[in-house]
Design a protein around this ligand. Structure first.
Ligand SMILES: Cc1cc2nc3c(=O)[nH]c(=O)nc-3n(C[C@H](O)[C@H](O)[C@H](O)COP(=O)(O)O)c2cc1C
Length: 237
């Protein structure tokens, strides 16, 4: 009898999906290059693998400005700008940062939720694939404002290209003094690591995500305490 799937298990053959090249990250932003774009303005105009190109397109001017004005003023600017979270709840970012910065318990951690498992959602993917240094810089600014010296990027496991681009960007930033013990010679220390999700949708919920980072089962925690008050810790909450 003929096998129903002649290529499966055949070392010489390939699954048809493996032969289909992934579309370029820019394909997700048909309006790329439009001067009206703000968040996406570097997609397709800057090389996502080249730190110098990122800087030539305005990269790291925001972090320099953050160091110039100090953490409190950064939080004030973010609050005044009316920035809200994109995780679904539209929580005011400035309020979250202020609450974290004023927590007397240390260390503070910065956690970036890039689990992005919502069907049909791909904004995080576009940014990580097309402008990964921007996320490294943004996390550094958020860490500086909130007094964190260590960050986690919780990245959806099914995003191999985003993972590769982020790993590359982090390594580049580290090698050029944009992550590490003395960022831009300002005496501020911050570094970040990637933690890959294993495909569980629930791990995008922020407290389940913390459990996952800590190596526990990815289940939501009871609140309070709020996530900004008690997130990742050496011991179970
Ligand atoms: C089941 C579930 C899945 C979620 N998945 C994600 C996700 O993939 N990415 C995300 O940013 N937020 C997700 N959230 C929301 C997070 O709990 C949290 O509100 C968000 O990370 C806060 O981000 P913000 O500061 O951008 O608002 C999820 C929430 C639930 C209940």
């Amino acid at each position: 009898m003929r096998p129903r799937h002649p290529h499966r298990g055949d070392r010489g053959g390939h699954h048809p999906r493996e032969r289909t090249p992934e579309p370029a990250p820019t394909a997700a932003v048909p309006q790329s290059g439009d001067p009206a774009l703000t968040l996406l303005h570097r997609i397709a105009t800057a090389d996502p693998t080249d730190l110098d190109d990122y800087r030539a397109h305005g990269g790291y001017t925001a972090l320099r400005r953050a160091f110039d004005i100090g953490p409190a003023a950064v939080i004030r600017e973010v609050t005044d700008a009316g920035l809200v979270g994109r995780g679904g709840a539209a929580f005011p970012t400035g309020r979250k940062w202020q609450a974290t910065a004023s927590q007397p318990d240390h260390p503070h951690y910065l956690v970036c939720n890039a689990d992005e498992s919502e069907p049909g959602t791909f904004k995080d993917r576009v940014l990580m694939e097309g402008d990964p240094f921007a996320l490294v810089e943004a996390m550094t600014i958020a860490a500086y404002a909130t007094g964190a010296h260590h960050g986690y990027l919780y990245l959806r496991g099914e995003y191999p290209r985003a993972t590769a681009h982020m790993e590359h960007a982090i390594t580049q930033a580290r090698s050029r003094g944009l992550l590490g013990d003395d960022i831009l010679g300002q005496g501020y220390a911050f570094d970040l690591e990637i933690r890959r999700g294993a495909g569980a949708y629930i791990c995008g919920e922020e407290t389940a995500l913390f459990n996952s980072i800590e190596g526990y089962r990815g289940e939501p925690r009871t609140k309070p305490p709020s996530p900004w008050r008690r997130a990742c810790s050496a011991s179970r909450p």
